[in-house]
Design a protein around this ligand. Structure first.
Ligand code: HEC
Length: 294
């Protein structure tokens, strides 16, 4: 992808500053709509939700303003660069449609890979290929797989963002032809509904009913196809509140943390099973990647 490829780090900072300014401006105008000018800005959940909706609208009106495109460009460059102890690019990596075929591959993930003999999502597949073709050591990567707030997404996240962007507008259709793919979905379904941890939470405690929210954050009902289809096609997504691209593995790790469970390991069988389940529920959704989240 060449869009935005020439933008420098200053370009990225400028985009982020512009986003924050827009967010503030939107928050104020949303609060101001229904009130007299001298009233303090309203911070009611409805006003903030309206402001965020307007903010998202402004961003999506110009699809190129999503900073995640910079990460997609970076991901494409990393994919093509000869790197690692073996000085190879990732262009031999098979994402399911044949070595080096990227277009449309993301739409069918997770899927079973005979060479690895397991079901993989995009992120675990990229790591697998980095090990296999470039000779990278996965342990080094697994030490800190996700960016801190304000830090750009790591290499695997950037590559995953690019791969997903090459399935933009395609229909989400994770493969369901191998028994292991069905097993993964069944395991994800069981994990989604299983209460565990010190708070006795399941994913369904927060994502099992329509219209729930925590403070200002609305919680999509991910067990419902109609609701899951609205959001699951938007990953990886630029997350405005933490100013970086967040991947689905990162999102799930964060939700496990909210459940006060031990950290969900990147690429763990449970994480892939949950991705497989969520995408199975959301199958038929339009992919809008990279997305944009609050
Ligand atoms: C304690 C409540 C809670 C639990 C339990 C929880 N989550 Fe979440 N989840 C959230 C919140 C809050 C958000 C939205 C965060 C935001 O807006 O930034 C979220 C967002 C998500 C999203 C992104 C939705 C979107 O908008 O695209 C996914 C996917 C998700 N959770 C999956 C899970 C899974 C799978 C589990 C179980 C392993 C789980 N969550 C457990 C609170 C929870």
């Amino acid at each position: 992808m060449t869009r935005g490829g020439g933008r420098s780090i200053f370009g990225r900072i400028a985009v982020q500053v512009a986003l924050v300014v827009m967010l503030l401006a939107v928050g104020q105008s949303a609060a101001g709509e229904s009130s007299k000018p001298q009233d303090p800005p309203s911070s009611s959940p409805e006003a903030v939700e309206r402001g965020l909706a307007q903010f998202r609208k402004m961003l999506t009106e110009d699809p190129w303003s999503n900073p995640a495109f910079l990460d997609a460009d970076r991901g494409e460059a990393i994919w093509k660069e000869k790197r690692g102890p073996r000085r190879q690019s990732l262009e031999a990596c098979d994402l399911g449609l044949g070595p080096g075929v990227v277009d449309g591959a993301y739409a069918q993930l997770p899927r079973y890979f005979p060479d690895a003999r397991r079901v993989m999502d995009v992120e675990s597949r990229v790591l697998w290929c980095m090990q296999r073709y470039q000779g990278f050591n996965a342990a080094a990567f697994l030490k800190k797989p996700y960016p801190a707030s304000g830090q750009p997404v790591g290499e695997i996240g950037a590559i995953a963002t690019w791969i997903a962007s090459r399935s933009d507008k395609k229909t989400m259709a994770p493969r369901m032809s191998h028994p292991k793919e069905w097993e993964a979905v069944a395991l994800g379904d069981a994990l989604f509904h299983r209460r565990q941890g010190p708070f006795d939470f399941s994913c369904a405690s927060c994502h099992g009913e329509k219209g729930k929210r925590i403070r200002l954050q609305s919680l999509p009902q991910l067990s419902s196809p109609a609701e899951a289809r609205k959001v699951m096609g938007e990953w990886p997504a630029y997350r405005v509140s933490t100013a970086h691209v967040m991947t689905l593995q990162h999102r799930l790790m964060d939700c496990y943390w909210q459940m006060r469970l031990p950290p969900l390991r990147f690429g763990a069988e449970a994480s892939i099973a949950l991705v497989a389940y969520l995408k199975h529920v959301a199958q038929g959704a339009e992919i809008k990647a990279p997305g944009l989240k609050r």
